[in-house]
Every structure is written in C-alpha cells, then in structure tokens.
Design a protein. Structure first.
Length: 277
C-alpha cells in the first residue's frame, strides 16, 4: 500500500499534469462517479494528498477523494500512451498533452469541496506527517498525550489518527533510527528518547518523500563511511532486508509479525529501550 510520501509524490505529478489545464475529455467507471454526482467541469483547481488519500478538486466545487488501498494505482502519461497495467480503469482525465488515470481503486467518493473533511477517512486523520506545521514538537505532544502514550509503538505508528501518512516501511525505519524495539510504549521512554523518535518520525518521512522512497540518511552514511557509492542500490536500513547484515553493526536483520503486519529490525542496534516486552 502506498504510504504518505508515495501518495504525495503522485499528487505532485497529477497536479503538474492537470491543474489549471483544460480537460478535453474524461471517463469515469465507478458507481460513485457519474454526471449527477459530479456535474460539469472544465479543469481541476487543486490536487493534493492527506495521509494516504488523494484529493482532486474540480472547478465546479466538487472533490473526488480516492484511497488506493492495496490495489489502486494512478498513472500519468503522454496523451497517446496507454499503459498495459492489466487493471480496471476507474478514472481518466485527458488534457491536450497528458492522460491521468486511476486504476483498480474501489474507495472513491465525491464530496462538495467545502465538506471534504466529512469524508469518513479524512475526518479521523491526525496531522499529516508531510505538512510543514507537523513538526517534531507537535509529534512530541501527541506521544505524551493520554490518548497515545500507553500504546506500543508497533501499533501506534500505523494508527492514522496519531500521525497520518505513516505505514509499514516507515515504521520499521523510524524505529531503527530511534534505536527502539517495536513493543516499547512512549510512557516508558525518557524525554531524550521521546524527542529523538519525534524527530525521526518527521525526518525519515521527509527523506522518503524527497528521496523517492529511500529512507537512508546519506549525509550520515557519508560521514561514517567516507562515500555512499556502496549504498546506491539500498533503499532502507532494515525494511525488506531480513537476513542481510545491518549496515551499522553487521548483525543480521530480523523480522516479526505484529498484528499480521511484518516489522523488520536489528535487535543489536535497537536495544535502547527502557520498557519490558
């Protein structure tokens, strides 16, 4: 499932292709998308993401809100290019030079733009991790709050009401950079540890956005090893590296399943915990 950084980058691509440009033709193939629910429009005013949802604001006061879940996929291509995805087409917008399509998604709804926050997914979201005003101080306050402080980090970091946009790979990477195991609770951490994980929640997510999914801290690797050439093909420190040596200590990366979701970790590096399992 695409996480916040992937959804934001796709929103950026769609925005560049469509916003302010005349829509010459379009197709909708979903029960919630028809002329009675959408009406007429000529262009899109704005495309943006919140958490893992993508919002297309039309110039008629309507918004199309989609969530890719496991199978949805947006594509942006030249007008004459039709990708062979093997997926069911849901939405197609065509400008003079570009075609933007949504494939296979099932969670698609239409709202009046002024009522977007009434969407059942959006209204439950916490602060979006990629928003500028979601800084580490705000994250720290949430970690210390009565609502979240007694939750194990493994579940908390996937709870979109805590921070929107985090997902499985970000969770593993955030915990690695914070040197914490997945079963630790915020209430059992020191102030220093709380500040560190708050900063990593923000920093790792922003790196993933700017580095196209890579979570490596290239500046730190360069400082530690002198260059980053050996890390060009490595995307993460621990995620999806089960059985491979840790880039820091050489210990083998391990995996557990927590709430039926995989979590990868280095139990040598991530032993800076003041909580019992």
């Amino acid at each position: 499932m695409p996480e916040g950084p992937e959804t934001r980058r796709m929103a950026d691509s769609i925005s560049k292709a469509l916003v302010g440009k005349k829509i010459e033709s379009y197709q909708f193939h979903h029960d919630n998308l028809n002329k009675s629910t959408i009406g007429s429009f000529s262009h899109l005013d704005k495309v943006f993401s919140l958490g893992k949802a993508l919002i297309c604001r039309l110039n008629n006061g309507k918004s199309i809100i989609s969530h890719n879940q496991l199978y949805g996929k947006w594509t942006v291509n030249l007008r004459k290019t039709v990708p062979n995805t093997g997926r069911a087409l849901r939405i197609e917008f065509n400008t003079k030079s570009r075609s933007v399509r949504l494939w296979s998604a099932t969670d698609i709804k239409v709202f009046d733009s002024e009522d977007e926050n009434d969407h059942p997914y959006l209204k439950k979201l916490g602060p979006d991790i990629l928003m500028e005003n979601t800084d580490y101080e705000n994250i720290l306050v949430r970690l210390k709050s009565k609502r979240f402080r007694n939750r194990a980090l493994a579940g908390l970091l996937l709870d979109q009401s805590f921070i929107a946009g985090l997902g499985n790979y970000l969770r593993s990477e955030i915990l690695f950079f914070s040197k914490l195991m997945y079963f630790v609770k915020p209430i059992n951490l020191s102030e220093k540890q709380l500040i560190e994980i708050s900063k990593n929640i923000k920093d790792v997510s922003m790196r993933a956005y700017f580095q196209k999914g890579k979570t490596l801290n290239l500046n730190q690797l360069k400082a530690d090893f002198g260059n980053v050439k050996n890390f060009r093909r490595i995307r993460h420190m621990v995620f999806a590296r089960i059985g491979e040596p840790c880039l820091v200590c050489g210990n083998f990366i391990k995996r557990e399943r927590v709430a039926n979701r995989r979590i990868d970790f280095c139990d040598q590096c991530q032993n800076n915990s003041s909580s019992d399992k």
